[in-house]
Design a protein around this ligand. Structure first.
Ligand code: NI
Length: 133
């Protein structure tokens, strides 16, 4: 892979924010941070199309919330073709974590994750994906 240099014009305030981001995340330099930001944003958006990816959906929730588990199961059954497995962890007395392993078109997995995360009672949810084609 060849490295290309290019100039960027940027507001002073934004540059200060970039430098803060560089030091907070322990990047070696601005270039490394910018490369990471570009790949995180542009490459992730490319996944929004039909590339086959594999990943996981992590959900944190309180299992006492009414109907929550039923709704989670209903949505997962709708997407059974995309789900490889799921595992439930009892984190604390009432707090649970479920990790769902998924594989399929990125757009479908994004839709599935959005639907699960939107269920009332889900406290945190996150989808991670890697290319798998
Ligand atoms: Ni539990």
């Amino acid at each position: 892979m060849s490295i290309v240099r290019f100039g960027v014009s940027i507001e002073k305030e934004l540059l200060d924010e970039l430098d803060e981001y560089v030091s907070e995340n322990h990047f070696a330099n601005r270039s490394q941070a910018i490369r990471q930001l570009i790949s995180k944003n542009i490459v992730t958006r490319k996944w929004e199309c039909n590339n086959v990816v594999a990943g996981s959906i992590t959900l944190i929730f309180n299992h006492h919330k009414r109907q929550l588990l039923k709704k989670m199961t209903d949505v997962q059954h709708e997407y059974h073709d995309s789900i490889l497995s799921s595992q439930h962890f009892h984190l604390e007395k009432e707090l649970c974590m479920e990790i769902i392993a998924v594989k399929g078109e990125a757009s479908v997995l994004t839709e599935l994750a959005d639907r699960l995360i939107a269920i009332k009672g889900i406290q945190h949810g996150k989808l991670t994906m890697s290319r798998a084609d």
